[in-house]
Write a protein that binds this ligand. Structure first.
Ligand code: PMP
Ligand code: GLU
Length: 394
């Protein structure tokens, strides 16, 4: 008999991680799967960061850290926010967590009461919706269109607000669409929020440096939004440090204090060696990781060019992150190789089984007409994957 809580029974499995696990399983069975499902840089963590970690081990950094992170790390984060984002935070406003994922969970847990609504422009990052539901919140999806580069307009935001709206969560650059909100677009959203002073914003900027057009803007840079914006960031993407598990927030101090409190009961401080290494990572200029961004840009062009040769794939041009999010609804209702494709999940499964390419269904991101393809893979893998997809569909 299922003795598990309703909470876990009602929780969806992370679609990105599930697809990565499935690809791993098939590989172990000897299948030559190309994994374009997980959003994970395929680069090694830069040597200067690894060296800092080795030094930390040798210096016997092995004890519990302060729950909200080493002061030296928080100072490096403050300097980074000032240098890269023109944001001024003080020590009590910073909390270091076990990945940006934990930072997001902390926020949901300290901000949401039962029934509080959180507006999510679709497509949104896969875990937002379930993190919100786990904390008794109600995700309110706002559909965006490819024509508007998958961005929420001020009018759409206004229409979605109800007396129960507590927060808005978005990522820019966006996972999965790669869209980047301009300063003007964020200002238009902020103008709507001026009429609703009790609504808070989570601005997830983890892809900040993977931006091909430049001009990253943080919501908290607007003076009138600073006191109600939580800025989320981390080192997983820009520094190729997904497994090190360090993320952080800059927030109003009462929110940061609450995050510190919850973290103190749930996990304590993040890993000590990883924190020491991240001090070195954040002190380095962004130019140290530019070679990765340059390579992602080349791959973006490659994958967009190759996809444009396949009928039925309609993509926006992502300006950041390392995903394409094509609309593949032209295939719905078709039967190919004896398999009927009725939705994006069927399509993604078809690609896995017939092309041996792992992608993620758009349903997990709140858009059932699309699939997400990560191009954090080598140019050879991308070329081979799209060749296989084309062959499987023709
Ligand atoms: N936000 C977004 C938009 C992401 O794509 C991810 C995935 N890495 C996260 C947060 C979580 O990142 P982390 O590895 O720091 O937990
Ligand atoms: N954020 C990455 C992705 O979207 C990593 C997987 C995860 O944390 O869910 O694929």
């Amino acid at each position: 008999m299922n003795q598990l809580s309703d909470r876990i029974n009602n929780l969806a499995t992370s679609a990105t991680l599930a697809m990565a696990a499935k690809a791993r399983e098939l590989r172990a069975e000897g299948k030559d799967i190309i994994g374009l499902s997980l959003g994970e840089p395929d680069f090694d963590t830069p040597d200067f960061i690894k060296d800092a970690a080795i030094e930390a081990v040798n210096q016997n950094y092995n004890s519990y850290t302060p729950v909200d992170g080493y002061v030296e790390l928080k100072e490096a984060i403050i300097t980074k926010f000032k240098r890269d984002n023109n944001l001024s935070y003080t020590l009590p406003q910073i909390v270091v967590s076990t990945g940006a994922k934990q930072a997001l969970y902390n926020i949901a847990s300290v901000m949401l009461n039962e029934g509080d609504e959180v507006i999510l422009p679709c497509p949104y990052w896969v875990s937002y919706s379930d993190i919100i539901k786990l904390n008794d919140g109600v995700p309110v999806e706002v559909k965006t269109s490819i024509e508007n580069d998958f961005k929420m307009t001020a009018a759409q935001l206004e229409a979605a607000i109800t007396p129960k709206t507590k927060m808005i969560w978005y990522s820019s650059p966006c996972n999965p669409s790669g869209s980047v909100y301009s300063k003007e677009e964020l200002r238009a959203l902020a103008d709507v929020l001026q009429k609703h002073p009790n609504i808070y914003v989570v601005s997830d900027e983890i892809y900040e440096h993977i931006n091909f057009k430049g001009g990253h803007f943080s919501m908290a840079e607007f003076e009138d939004m600073y006191d109600r914006t939580v800025t989320i960031n981390g080192v997983s993407k820009a520094f190729a440090m997904t497994g090190w598990r360090i993320g952080y927030i800059g927030a109003p101090d009462w929110i940061a204090r609450a995050c510190n409190k919850i973290q103190g009961q749930v996990t304590s401080g993040a890993n000590c060696i990883a924190q020491r290494a991240v001090i070195t990572a954040l002190e380095a200029p962004a130019s140290c990781v530019k070679y990765m961004v340059d390579e992602f840009k080349v791959r973006r062009k490659l994958i967009l060019d190759l996809l444009s040769e396949i009928e039925g794939f309609k993509s926006n041009e992502p300006e950041g992150a390392f995903y394409v999010f094509p609309n593949i609804s032209a295939y719905f209702g078709k039967t190919i190789k004896g398999k009927t494709i009725n939705n994006a999940s069927d399509f993604s499964l078809f690609l896995l089984e017939e092309a041996l390419v792992a992608t993620v269904t758009g349903e997990a991101f709140g858009n059932p007409d699309c699939i997400r393809i990560s191009y954090a893979a080598s140019q050879e893998q991308i070329t081979e994957a799209i060749k296989r997809i084309k062959a499987a569909l023709s």
